[in-house]
Design a protein around this ligand. Structure first.
Ligand SMILES: C[S@@+](CC[C@H](N)C(=O)[O-])C[C@H]1O[C@@H](n2cnc3c(N)ncnc32)[C@H](O)[C@@H]1O
Length: 187
C-alpha cells in the first residue's frame, strides 16, 4: 500500500544520525499507527534535493547545548545534545536546508535554548523572508527553552529591503515587534 493511502494523504519523513534513535523513532511511530520513512542520515546531507519545496511542516529538536566543536556529530548519545559554540553549529547548518525543503506555505517548528540566541535566529531567518514567533517558552532551573515557529512572510523581505529591520542588534529588531512575534503579521 502506498504511504499516502496509509496516512490520509500525508507523507512523513524523519532523519537522525544515530541508528538507535532511528530504530526507536520507527517503533514509536508504528505504535501510533503512523507510517513514515525514517532515514539514518544527516538532515543536511542532500535531503533538500529530493524534497525541495515539498514539505509543509518541519519539526526540529536539534542538539542545542553549548559544547566544544569536537563533540558535535560524535557517534552515540553525545550527538543528541552537542551543539558546538552557543549550541548553534547544527542549528545553523539546518536552517538553510529547511529553507529549501519548505513549501511556500510551509512552517518550521524548532526547539531552542536561550543560549542559542533565539532572537538572532529570528533575525537570520527574517533575512531569508521568514516571519517568526515564539509559541512556547518554558524555564526550569537548568534551562530556558523556546519553540519558535517560522513561516514565509513577504512583509519580512520588504522590511529587510527597506532597511527598517537592520538598525541595531538582532535583539533590538526582536523587541520592536510584539514580545512573541517577529513579523508583520501574526499566525
Ligand atoms: C535533542 S535530540 C532529539 C531526539 C528526538 N528526535 C526527540 O525529538 O526527542 C537531537 C537528535 O538529533 C540527532 N542529530 C544530531 N545531529 C544531527 C544531524 N546533523 N542530522 C540528523 N540528526 C542529528 C541526534 O542523534 C539526536 O537523536
Amino acid at each position: 500500500m502506498m504511504e499516502e493511502e496509509l496516512n490520509n494523504g500525508i507523507q512523513y519523513f524523519a532523519t537522525d544520525i544515530n541508528p538507535h534513535a532511528v530504530e526507536t523513532t520507527k517503533k514509536t511511530l508504528e505504535a501510533h499507527g503512523v507510517h513514515a520513512e525514517v532515514m539514518l542520515m544527516d538532515i543536511a546531507s542532500a535531503l533538500e534535493n529530493r524534497l525541495a519545496g515539498l514539505v509543509d511542516v518541519v519539526v526540529v529538536n536539534p542538539p542545542y547545548v553549548p559544547t566544544s566543536e569536537d563533540e558535535v556529530g560524535c557517534e552515540g548519545i553525545v550527538a543528541s545534545w552537542a551543539g558546538g559554540e552557543d549550541g548553534r553549529t547544527v542549528i545553523d547548518r539546518i536552517l538553510p536546508v529547511v529553507d529549501k525543503l519548505l513549501s511556500e506555505k510551509g512552517w518550521l517548528y524548532m526547539l531552542t535554548l536561550a543560549a542559542n540566541k533565539p532572537s538572532e535566529l529570528c533575525g537570520l531567518m527574517m533575512k531569508k523572508g521568514y516571519a517568526s514567533k515564539i509559541i512556547v517558552q518554558r524555564s526550569t532551573e537548568e534551562e530556558s527553552l523556546h519553540v519558535i515557529k517560522f513561516w514565509r512572510d513577504p512583509d519580512s523581505e520588504v522590511q529587510i529591503k527597506k532597511g527598517s529591520a537592520h538598525k541595531g542588534s538582532p535583539t533590538s529588531v526582536f523587541s520592536r515587534f510584539s514580545r512573541f512575534s517577529f513579523s508583520g503579521q501574526s499566525k
